[in-house]
Design a protein around this ligand. Structure first.
Ligand code: GDP
Length: 294
């Protein structure tokens, strides 16, 4: 995960680590390399500039300058700033209501349906009763895909193959959950290949109709800066609660993970690292920062 970024950051920091003393001159050189490592990893330019400015200011603090191991302190500063950049504390999801409703949104191919299955398995493991609802009215195959996943994780799937009204399907699903005593409903929605007005209006209407306690936006981390831009557009319309970053097992460069929180001001809540139902992790900014620093 993020090997390139990891490599470049470590190279940048290494020169400083070897020095017995930190001076304004060698900090400036390192900062420049750290910034380049971040922008090369597709981190939004302003985000990269802001974080490196903060790292520089902290590194030039008197305490660091006169410390015995300034290099170590520098690494600690970078670690803290990366953690902060990704949101600081881990953020859980809101599970409220009877049943609690989770709305899953994102572009087609982002990994929504796969994530819906994983979330169902995750919540089931916590002892909750779950119903998956297939509200993708454009891709009949999506219903079958969700059914297969539901079967794999042992969670029932509600669908209405002949109904083209996503709001109706979702509301009927919620009613079904209530009738059968399920405590959580996960609504998997339709995604298009690109953002378009009809799709945005639909998902907005759906959200208004079903009042989810948690709306999660799923995005493919491999799409770099596009991931951040798509997140911004979805957030303007949906005001979602959190982000799910998928395909982190691929060769994503890290830009989305590092920029989304600052640009969109919504936390990453889960990361998906594979096609298997177990490949889901709660997102911990500090752990990710440690990982990035190797
Ligand atoms: P949707 O159109 O948003 O519902 O996307 P899908 O859930 O159908 O996922 C699209 C493709 O990406 C499928 O082939 C999934 O198996 C794959 N996929 C989903 N999440 C991940 C992930 O975290 N890692 C990898 N490698 N593949 C994933």
């Amino acid at each position: 995960m993020f090997e390139n970024l990891q490599d470049k950051l470590n190279k940048a920091i290494k020169t400083l680590k070897g020095q017995g003393r930190i001076t304004e001159i060698n900090v400036a050189a390192t900062i420049k390399e750290v910034r380049r490592a971040l922008t090369d990893a597709d981190v939004n330019y302003k985000v990269a500039k802001d974080i490196t400015d903060r790292i520089r200011d902290k590194a030039l603090d008197r305490k660091v300058l006169i410390s015995v191991e300034p290099g170590q302190l520098f690494v600690k500063i970078v670690q803290e700033e990366l953690t902060e950049l990704m949101g600081g504390e881990a953020q859980g999801i809101n599970i409220k209501g009877d049943p609690a409703v989770m709305l899953i949104a994102g572009l087609q191919g982002s990994g929504k349906t796969t994530f819906s299955g994983k979330l169902a398995a995750y919540l089931k493991k916590q002892g909750r009763t779950v119903l998956l609802v297939a509200a993708d009215i454009y891709r009949p195959a999506a219903i079958d895909q969700l059914k297969v996943l539901g079967e794999q994780v042992g969670v029932e799937v509600y669908s209405e193959p002949d109904n083209k009204n996503a709001v109706e399907i979702a509301l009927n699903g919620i009613a079904q959950a209530r009738k059968t005593g399920k405590k959580v409903v996960i609504v998997d929605t339709a995604g298009r290949l690109a953002i378009d007005e009809v799709m945005m209006q639909e998902i907005e209407d759906l959200k208004r109709a079903i009042s989810p306690s948690e709306t999660l936006f799923v995005v493919d981390s491999m799409t770099g800066q596009d991931a951040v831009n798509t997140a911004k557009t979805f957030n303007e319309r949906l005001n979602f609660d959190g982000v799910v970053l998928t395909k982190l097992d691929g060769d994503a460069r890290g830009g989305a993970a590092l920029s989304i929180k600052t640009v969109v001001n919504k936390p990453i809540k889960f990361i998906s690292t594979g096609e298997k139902m177990e490949a889901l992790d709660v997102f911990y900014p500090d752990r990710m920062a440690s990982r990035i620093l190797g």
